[in-house]
Write a protein that binds this ligand. Structure first.
Ligand code: S3P
Length: 439
C-alpha cells in the first residue's frame, strides 16, 4: 500500500509582502472534478476531462471508481479519459473504499452505492471519521437503502448493502450540495421520481452536469426533480478554475497595498460567487471580465486590486454561496476597518475542522481580536500589520491557505504547522503564491 501523507506534520513559515502582482490561474474546481469522475464512470463510453483537479480529495474519488472496475487514464496533466461502463457497470470493490479527507467523495458515493447490487464499506482519515453522515443516511434509508455505521449509523466507517431504491419527496433540513447530490445520484436508480427541496439553494454543479450527460432533471426554484435513468452519455468536460482556490488570492491582493492581480478562467457559478459579493460589500475592488459558458458552467477572469476594506455583518444566507470561504473571509475581516460579524453558520463546525473555533484560535495567535459565537465569529479588524506567530492547520487545507495570506501583512511572518495539507484542494499553492508576491 502506498505510503500516506501526514497532513498534520511539518511547519512552513510564510513571510510578509507588499502585494500580489501579475496573472495567475488556479487549479480546477474540486466539486466539478469529483462529479466528472462519478458521472463519467456510470455513463456509456468515453468521458474526456480537461482541467481535473489533481488534489488528494479528487484522487480519493478516482481511486474508488478504479477499485470498482472503471478504467481511468490520467494520460496528461489535468486530463482524464474515463472509460464509462454504463449505469450498471460498477463492480464490488475488493477492499474498503478510503475517502481520505473528502466529505464529497463519502457523501456522494454513499448515495450512489446505496443503489448498486453489491456491498461496499467506506472509511476516511481521522477528521472525516468525525464528520456527520446521518444527514445522508437518514433520507437514503427512507428510499430503502441499507446503511450501517459507527455511532448509530452516523459516523464512518459505514457499510452499504446496495439494493433497489424508491423515489422520495424530501425537504432537506440544511442547504447542502453533498446531501442533495447523494440523493440525486440515488434518484437516478430509484423507482419513480425523486424530489429534493432545499431551504436555500446550495451549489448546483450536479444538476448542471446531469444535464450535460443527458439525465432527466428539472429544477424549480429550490427543488430538483430527477427520474430513474437508463443511460447517461459520456462527454467532454472542461473544468474551470476553482473560485474557492481563487478566493485566497482575491483576499491576499485586497489586503496588501501594492496589488493588481488577474486571476484567469475562474468558475463563477452564481451558487459559488458569494466571496465576490462579500468582498465587494467590504469595499473590495473587483472586475469580472470576459464571462463565457464552458461545459454548462459560467467562467470569467477576475481582476483584483488593493483596497481599504471595512468590517460588515455577514448572514448565513450571504455565506452559503461562499461556505468554503469562511477562513479567508475571516482574514479579510482581520485587515478591515471596524468589526465584522458572521452569523447563521453553524455548519462551519463540521467542515474539515471546526472552522469557527480554529479560525478564532488562529487569529488570536497572530494578534487579532476574535470572539467565537455558537454560529459564527466576531472579528475586530487590525488596521495595518499584525504581529504574526504560529498556528496549527488541524489538517484543514483552507485554514493553512487562509493563514498563509494573513502572513502577507504580518511583521514577523506566520508559521503554519501542518502546511502540507493544502494538497487536499490546491497542490502547488505555495509555489503559486511565490510567483505573484512582491518581495
Ligand atoms: C461540496 C459541498 C459543500 C462544500 C464542500 C464541497 C460539494 O459541502 O462545503 O467543500 O462538492 O458538494 P456541504 O454539502 O456539506 O455544504
Amino acid at each position: 500500500m502506498a505510503e500516506k501523507k501526514d497532513i498534520f506534520s511539518g511547519t512552513l513559515t510564510l513571510g510578509p509582502s507588499k502585494g500580489l502582482k501579475g496573472e495567475i490561474s488556479v487549479p480546477g474546481d474540486k466539486s466539478i472534478s469529483h462529479r466528472s469522475v462519478i458521472l463519467g464512470s456510470i455513463a456509456e463510453g468515453i468521458t474526456e476531462v480537461d482541467g481535473f483537479l489533481e488534489g488528494e480529495d479528487n484522487y480519493s474519488t478516482m481511486n474508488a471508481f478504479r477499485a470498482m472496475g472503471i478504467e481511468i487514464e490520467h494520460f496528461a496533466e489535468y486530463k482524464l479519459r474515463i472509460h464509462g461502463k454504463g449505469m450498471n457497470g460498477l463492480t464490488e470493490a475488493e477492499d474498503i473504499i478510503d475517502a481520505g479527507n473528502s466529505g464529497t467523495t463519502t457523501r456522494l458515493l454513499t448515495g450512489l452505492l446505496s443503489a448498486q447490487p453489491f456491498f461496499s464499506v467506506i472509511t476516511g482519515d481521522a477528521t472525516l471519521r468525525r464528520r456527520p453522515m446521518k444527514r445522508v443516511v437518514d433520507p437514503l434509508s427512507k428510499m430503502g437503502a441499507s446503511i450501517t455505521g459507527r455511532k448509530n449509523n452516523s459516523l464512518l466507517p459505514i457499510a452499504i448493502s446496495g439494493r433497489q431504491l424508491n423515489g422520495i419527496n424530501y425537504k432537506t433540513p440544511i442547504a447542502s450540495a453533498q446531501l442533495k447530490s447523494a440523493l440525486l445520484l440515488a434518484g437516478l436508480y430509484a423507482r419513480g421520481e425523486t424530489i429534493i427541496e432545499e431551504p436555500e439553494k446550495s451549489r448546483d454543479h450536479t444538476e448542471r452536469m446531469f444535464r450535460l450527460f443527458g439525465a432527466d432533471i428539472k429544477v424549480i426554484e429550490n427543488s430538483v426533480i430527477v427520474k430513474s435513468t437508463n443511460r447517461l452519455n459520456g462527454c467532454k468536460i472542461k473544468i474551470p478554475g476553482d473560485i474557492s482556490s481563487a478566493a485566497f488570492f482575491m483576499v491576499g491582493a485586497s489586503i496588501t497595498p501594492e496589488s493588481e492581480l488577474l486571476i484567469k478562467d475562474v468558475g463563477v457559478n452564481p451558487t459559488r460567487t458569494g466571496i465576490i459579493d462579500i468582498l465587494k460589500k467590504m469595499g473590495g475592488s473587483f472586475e469580472v471580465l470576459n464571462t463565457r459558458e464552458v461545459s454548462g458552467e459560467p467562467v470569467s477572469d477576475i481582476l483584483v486590486k488593493s483596497s481599504s476594506l471595512k468590517g460588515i455583518d455577514i448572514s448565513g444566507e450571504e455565506l452559503l454561496p461562499a461556505i468554503d470561504e469562511f477562513p479567508i473571509i475571516c482574514v479579510a475581516a482581520a485587515f478591515a476597518q471596524g468589526k465584522t460579524t458572521v452569523s447563521g453558520a453553524k455548519e462551519l463546525r463540521v467542515k474539515e475542522s471546526d472552522r469557527i473555533a480554529v479560525m478564532a484560535d488562529s487569529l488570536r495567535a497572530v494578534g487579532i481580536t476574535a470572539v467565537e459565537k455558537e454560529d459564527g465569529i466576531i472579528i475586530e479588524g487590525a488596521l495595518g500589520e499584525i504581529k504574526g506567530g504560529e498556528i496549527k492547520s488541524h489538517g484543514d487545507h483552507r485554514i493553512a491557505m487562509a493563514m498563509a495570506m494573513a502572513a502577507l501583512r504580518s511583521k514577523n511572518g506566520i508559521g503554519v504547522q501542518g502546511a502540507a495539507c493544502v494538497d487536499v484542494s490546491f497542490p502547488g499553492f505555495y509555489g503559486h503564491l511565490d510567483k505573484v508576491r512582491v518581495s
